[in-house]
Ligand binder design. Structure first.
Ligand SMILES: Cc1ncc(COP(=O)(O)O)c(C=O)c1O
Length: 390
């Protein structure tokens, strides 16, 4: 089977994990910090807070941004449910602005309209869909005008570069940016995520929230009078200063993450080469086109999505997916609009609320893209697609 996405593990990865196991610090040891430092330096952010998943990171980011009861978080309907669920975890409301038909990212115009009509929005969560950077300048202007914080969902975008040459994760237009290290992403740590920020108070807050809400670094004590004996600070004393979570990541995972991170540029180069071949091959097909623009800012290329006019090609998506699977090619749909899921329907949302997203959804198909996809396998995917919808 040719999957739509897959991680690549080599002997160095295995050795890195074994080394941590031999050293004995399984969690909260030096490898977590080393991973945080490596990613922060690479993307150009001051701080990284590694967490158990991107979902956990989005939850903590929503909390740190002050989303809660009576406030809302706006995101794109074309994303994984985790981007919107962050609002619900903290008792807030999720709202959806439509996407831009060309980039498949959050439309700044639609966002501005939504913000004008909803004064209680505390956070805007643009998603760099498939790794293509959003129009952060326009989104930040819209968010600022509404008094909302920007949290970038960069689950797809480690290694992506904005049009101005800076890397996604540098937080030049956001308070926080969250990455995922789930196996189908650019690099894998098993499960894992990281929140980037340049804001020290937010960093310190995230460190507390990641670990039960217990004080970290030199956080001021809230009840100092119970922290000392005969005027000397008790070394074992700690305070739970607010309700936090256990969202820590292990050193075992970070050892894998760090080892994978060393290969990131190689991983990205291969993804880009494969994407360029798809772009070129698809330009010869009548009913198929790349879902996102080629050129401009540099995508992280987490997935390669095409838009297919199935009706014009005289077929249906289900049929195409079934026939490809019969040939051993697994495709996927990214994403069912969040507003179509039963939980969100019960909250009153409908996919028709965002018509551009709905139209995109009906045409979307994700083709195989991963480091180990061979040229021959890719040619087989292209030929099979041409046969079915060319
Ligand atoms: C856009 C987006 N946000 C968040 C997540 C959640 O990531 P994780 O699996 O690390 O929690 C994903 C995962 O696929 C995603 O695609």
């Amino acid at each position: 089977m040719i999957p739509y996405g897959r991680h690549h593990i080599d002997e160095a990865d295995i050795q890195a994990v074994v080394d941590v196991l031999r050293k004995g610090e399984l969690t909260q040891g030096p490898t977590v910090e080393a991973f945080e430092r490596a990613v922060a330096d690479y993307v150009g952010a001051k701080y990284g807070v590694a967490v158990s998943s991107c979902t956990a990171g989005l939850h903590l980011a929503a909390l740190a941004a002050g989303v809660g009861p009576g406030t809302a978080l706006v995101t794109s309907p074309i994303t994984f449910v985790a981007s919107a669920n962050a609002a619900l975890y903290v008792g807030g409301e999720a709202l959806f602005a439509d996407i831009d038909p060309v980039t498949v990212n959050l439309s700044p115009e639609s966002l501005s309209k939504l913000l004008a009509a909803n004064r209680h929005v505390r956070a805007v969560v643009p998603v760099h869909f498939a790794g293509l950077p959003c129009d952060m300048v326009a989104i930040k202007i819209a968010a600022d005008a509404a008094g909302a914080v920007v949290i970038e969902d960069a689950a797809h975008a480690l290694g992506a570069v904005y049009a101005d040459g800076r890397r996604v994760g540098c937080c030049s237009h956001s308070l926080m940016t969250v990455f995922s290290f789930h196996p189908v992403k650019a690099i894998a740590s098993g499960e894992g995520g990281m929140i980037m920020t340049n804001d020290e108070p937010t960093y310190r807050h995230l460190l507390r929230l990641r670990s039960h809400g217990i004080n970290k670094l030199d956080d001021a004590l809230q009840v100092p009078e119970q922290a000392s004996t005969d005027g000397v600070r008790d070394p074992w004393y700690y305070e739970m200063q607010e309700l936090g979570y256990h969202y820590r990541i292990t050193d075992i995972q970070c050892a894998l993450g760090l080892s994978q991170f060393e290969k990131l540029d190689r991983f990205l180069a291969r993804r880009r080469a494969l994407a360029a071949v798809y772009d070129q091959a698809l330009s010869g097909l009548t009913h198929v086109r790349p879902a996102q623009p080629v050129g401009g800012s540099t995508s992280g290329l987490h997935i390669y999505v095409v838009r297919i006019n199935f009706a014009a090609a005289g077929t249906t998506r289900n049929d195409v997916m079934r026939q490809l699977r019969a040939k051993g090619i697994v495709t996927q749909v990214h994403y069912i609009p969040v507003t179509a899921h039963p939980h969100y329907r019960r909250l009153g949302f409908r996919p028709e609320d965002c018509p551009v997203a709905l139209e995109y959804y009906e045409q979307a198909l994700t083709l195989p893209l991963y480091y180990d996809l061979t040229d021959e396998q890719q040619q087989f995917v292209i030929a099979s697609l041409r046969e079915l919808v060319g």
